[in-house]
Design a protein around this ligand. Structure first.
Ligand code: SAM
Ligand code: DTB
Ligand code: SF4
Length: 312
C-alpha cells in the first residue's frame, strides 16, 4: 500500500482525479501518513540570483526576452548579497534555499560563481537547491561537489500541450537534464504548472511523465500559473479551487514518498483553499514575500496559515 508506482496511465490518473472528494482526500492522507509526518510542512525559500533577459520563450514567464513584461534584467548577483539573503531566509524559518537564474542553460563561465553560492549556503546549515536551466555533461557533478542537494527543473505540462507553452526547448531536453541530475546523485525537484489553458488530460499526462521517472522526483512542485501581463499565457483562466485541490491529492497519491509543494500561485488563494491543499497531502510551501519575480504571501500570512492547521 502507498508504495511508488511507475506505470501510471492517463486513464488511471483521470479516474483518480474524478473520485468523490472525500475518498480522494482519505487516500491522499493515507499516502501522506505512510511516509511523512502529517503535521509537518517544509518551508523552502526562493531567490532569483539572475533576473530577466532569458533566451527561452516559456509562454508563462516574466523573464523571457521574447515578451514585453516590464521586468528589468540584471546581472548575476554577488556572493555576499546571496549569502545575506540566505541568512535572512534561515532566520525566517526556511529549511531549504533555492536559487534560480533566468538562463536557458548553465554556462561553464558561471560555474565557479554558482558553486561558491551553493557551498556558502550549505555551510549555513540550509538544504541547497538551484534551478539554472539545462545542464550539460559533467556540470551536475560539479554542482554536487559544491554541496548541491536538489536541482529543480520542471516538465511544466504534458507532452501534447507542451508545444503551446514553449518552442525553444524540447520535452526531451528537459528529461535529459533530469537524467544528468540523477546520474550525479543530486536529488530531483520536478513538477509543473496548472492553469495555462491545458486540458485535464494534459495535467494527467504531466503526472504520468513525472511518475515514469525512477526513482520518483524527491520533490514535486505544483505551481498554479501566476498570470503575467505581456506573456502569451498570462490571460489564461484560473482553475476552480477544488479542482486544484484534486490535482494536489492526485500528486500526493502518485508520489507517496515525495515532498509535494504548493509552489507558485498561493498569493491569490484564500487561507481555506491553501488549508485544503495541505489536507490533500501537500507538505511544503515557499515562504518569503517573493517567489522569483512575483509576490508570495509572506511571513505573517504563512504563519497564520500554518498555525490554523496546527503545522509546526
Ligand atoms: N530558467 C530556469 C528554468 O526554466 O528551468 C529556472 C527558473 S524558472 C522561472 C523555474 C520554473 O518556475 C519554471 O519551470 C516554471 O515551472 C515556474 N514558473 C515560472 N514562471 C511561472 C509563473 N508565472 N507561474 C507559475 N510558475 C512559473
Ligand atoms: C517551481 O516549481 N516554482 C518556483 C521554483 N520552482 C523555481 C518558481 C515560481 C515562479 C513564479 C513566478 C515568478 O515569481 O516569477
Ligand atoms: Fe527562461 Fe526559465 Fe523563464 Fe523559461 S522559465 S523563460 S527558461 S527563466
Amino acid at each position: 500500500m502507498y508504495e511508488p508506482r511507475f506505470d501510471w496511465t492517463r486513464e488511471d490518473v483521470l479516474a483518480l482525479h474524478a473520485r468523490p472528494l472525500s475518498d480522494l482526500i482519505y487516500e491522499a492522507q493515507g499516502a501522506l501518513r505512510a511516509h511523512h509526518d502529517p503535521n509537518a510542512v517544509q518551508r523552502a525559500q526562493l531567490l532569483n540570483i539572475k533576473t530577466g533577459g532569458c533566451a527561452e520563450n516559456c509562454g508563462y514567464c516574466s523573464q523571457s526576452s521574447a515578451f514585453e513584461t516590464g521586468l528589468k534584467a540584471s546581472k548575476l548577483m554577488e556572493l555576499d548579497a546571496v549569502l545575506s539573503a540566505a541568512s535572512a531566509a534561515k532566520a525566517g524559518g526556511a529549511e531549504r534555499f533555492c536559487m534560480g537564474a533566468a538562463w536557458r542553460d548553465l554556462r561553464d563561465r558561471d560555474m565557479e560563481a554558482v558553486c561558491a553560492m551553493i557551498s556558502g549556503v550549505k555551510a549555513m546549515g540550509l538544504e541547497t537547491c538551484v534551478t539554472l536551466g539545462m545542464l550539460h555533461e559533467g556540470q551536475a557533478e560539479k554542482l554536487a561537489a559544491a554541496g548541491l542537494d536538489y536541482y529543480n527543473h520542471n516538465l511544466d505540462t504534458g507532452p501534447e500541450y507542451y508545444p503551446q507553452v514553449v518552442t525553444t526547448r524540447s520535452y526531451q531536453d528537459r528529461l535529459d537534464t533530469l537524467a544528468q541530475v540523477r546520474r550525479a546523485g543530486v536529488a530531483v525537484c520536478s513538477g509543473g504548472i496548472l492553469g495555462m489553458g491545458e486540458r485535464a488530460e494534459d495535467r494527467a499526462d504531466l503526472l504520468v511523465q513525472l511518475a515514469a521517472l525512477s526513482p520518483h522526483p524527491e520533490s514535486v512542485p505544483i505551481n498554479h500559473l501566476v498570470g503575467i501581463e505581456g506573456t502569451p499565457l498570462g490571460g489564461s483562466a484560473r482553475l476552480d479551487g477544488l479542482d486544484f485541490v484534486r490535482w494536489i491529492a492526485a500528486a500526493r497519491i502518485i508520489f507517496p514518498r515525495s515532498v509535494v509543494r504548493i509552489a507558485a500561485g498561493r498569493e491569490s488563494m484564500s487561507q481555506e483553499l491553501q488549508a485544503l491543499c495541505l489536507l490533500a497531502g501537500a507538505n511544503s510551501i515557499f515562504v518569503g514575500a517573493r517567489l522569483l519575480t512575483t509576490a508570495n504571501p509572506g511571513r505573517d500570512r504563512d504563519e497564520a496559515l500554518l498555525d490554523a492547521v496546527g503545522a509546526g
